[in-house]
Design a protein around this ligand. Structure first.
Ligand code: COI
Length: 355
C-alpha cells in the first residue's frame, strides 16, 4: 500500500494560455506534486500543492554537484473526453534507473504513478486540445542536503510539474536540419549518457550553439571514443531508412533508451518492416546519401514526438535527405504514434493508461 497523497488546492487559479501561445514549457499548471526524502525516514509527506517556488539552501548539493535526474511524459484528452498518459510505467522505471546511477534512493514506482494520475486529474482543465498540443509532465528529483562534501545527499525532493505545450520545434512537424558535431561529445559508455540527468543537457549546450549558428535545430552526436558512430540527436533518438530497412543506433550504454524509440521499434516491426539496432557510422550515412539509399531520417522523443530530418550538415556540406521533405515512413509513424497517444487510433499494444 503506497502512502496517501494530501491535496491542497489553489485558491488563485491562473489564466490559461491560448493554444497559439504555448510553445514548449513556458507555462505551468496550477498545482505540483512534492515528496520529500530524509535519510532514516525514507520518502515521505506526499502532497499536491499550489504551483509555487521552492526555497533551497545555497549549499544544496544539486547546485554544486548536479545530483539530479528528470523524466518527461505527456497527458492527452481523447475525443471521447478520457484523459490518458502514454506508457507512464516506463517513465517510472527509467526514473529509478537514473536514480540508481546518480546514487539517489529509489522512488516507489506505484506511488509515482499514483502521483502522476492524481496531479493530472487535479489540473485536467489544463490539458490543451488543439492539434499537436498536449500536457507535458516533468517529474524530477533534486538533492537538497546543504553540505559541500562530495557524497550522496541525505535529503531529496521528488517533484512533478506540468506544462501545456505545442510543438517542441518551431518548425512543428516540418523537417529540421541537423548539425553533425565533430568536436564535442555527449557521453561515453560507463558515464551517464544512458540516464536522464541534467549534466547531459548542460554539456550539450555549447555544441547546440554551433548548430544554431549553422541554422540547424539540433546536434547529431557521434560516439565519444571513435568519433564515428552516430548516437542520438540533442533531445531525441534517431532512425534511418536505409534501402528497405529501418536502422537505429544500438543502445551501447551512452545513448538514452527512449520510450518513444522503443514504441517506434515495436510499431515498425508490427507493420512487418525490418528494424536493425546496430552501430551506424557517419561515413555509412554520407555514402548512402550520395548513392540515394538513405531515404529518410527521423528523430523520436517525448517532447518532439516524431521529427523528420530534411538535411544533415557535415564538414561544411549540407546533405539533403530524400527530397528534403517528410518521408513516407516518418509520416506514417508520426500519424500512428500521435493517433495512439491521443486516442484517435486503436492501441493494439496497451500503451495508453487512463487517468
Ligand atoms: C523529452 O523528450 O521529454 C525530453 O526529455 C527532451 C527534453 C530535454 C526537452
Amino acid at each position: 500500500m503506497t502512502q496517501p497523497i494530501r491535496i491542497e488546492r489553489t485558491t488563485n487559479p491562473k489564466p490559461r494560455p491560448k493554444a497559439s501561445e504555448l510553445g514548449f514549457g513556458k507555462y505551468f499548471t496550477d498545482h505540483m506534486f512534492i515528496l520529500d526524502y530524509d535519510a532514516g525516514l525514507g520518502w515521505h509527506d506526499a502532497r499536491i500543492v499550489p504551483y509555487q517556488p521552492i526555497t533551497l539552501d545555497p549549499a544544496a548539493k544539486v547546485f554544486h554537484y548536479g545530483q539530479t535526474i528528470f523524466e518527461g511524459l505527456k497527458a492527452y484528452r481523447t475525443e471521447e473526453g478520457k484523459i490518458v498518459l502514454f506508457r507512464p510505467d516506463m517513465n517510472m522505471k527509467r526514473l529509478n534507473r537514473s536514480n540508481d546511477r546518480l546514487s539517489i534512493p529509489a522512488v516507489d514506482e506505484a506511488l509515482g504513478l499514483e502521483a502522476l494520475r492524481q496531479l493530472v486529474q487535479v489540473d485536467q482543465d489544463w490539458i490543451p486540445d488543439a492539434p499537436e498540443t498536449s500536457l507535458y509532465v516533468r517529474p524530477f528529483v533534486i538533492s537538497t542536503e546543504a553540505a559541500l562534501g562530495v557524497s550522496p545527499s541525505l535529503q531529496y525532493k521528488f517533484i512533478i510539474i506540468m506544462s501545456p505545450v505545442g510543438s517542441y520545434y518551431s518548425e512543428g512537424i516540418k523537417p529540421v536540419s541537423i548539425y553533425v558535431e565533430s568536436d564535442y561529445v555527449r557521453a561515453v559508455a560507463g558515464g551517464v549518457g544512458h540516464v536522464k540527468t541534467a549534466g547531459n543537457y548542460a554539456a550539450g549546450l555549447k555544441a547546440q550553439e554551433g548548430a544554431t549558428a549553422q541554422g540547424c535545430a539540433q546536434v547529431l552526436w557521434l560516439d565519444g571514443v571513435h568519433r564515428k558512430y552516430v548516437e542520438e540527436v540533442g533531445s531525441m533518438n534517431v532512425f534511418f531508412r536505409l534501402g528497405d530497412k529501418i536502422v537505429t543506433p544500438a543502445l551501447t550504454g551512452s545513448l538514452l533508451p527512449g520510450i518513444t524509440r522503443d514504441s517506434v521499434i515495436h510499431l515498425l516491426r508490427h507493420w512487418g518492416l525490418e528494424v536493425e539496432e546496430r552501430l551506424v557510422t557517419i561515413d555509412e550515412l554520407v555514402e548512402a546519401q550520395k548513392d540515394g539509399s538513405l531515404k529518410e531520417i527521423f528523430g523520436t522523443g517525448t517532447a518532439a514526438v516524431i521529427s523528420p530530418v530534411g538535411s544533415l550538415y557535415w564538414k561544411g556540406e549540407k546533405l539533403t535527405i530524400g527530397n528534403g521533405s517528410t518521408g513516407e515512413v516518418s509520416a506514417r509513424v508520426y500519424e500512428t504514434m500521435t493517433g495512439i497517444q491521443t486516442g484517435r487510433l486503436e492501441d493494439p499494444f496497451g500503451w495508453r493508461v487512463s487517468v
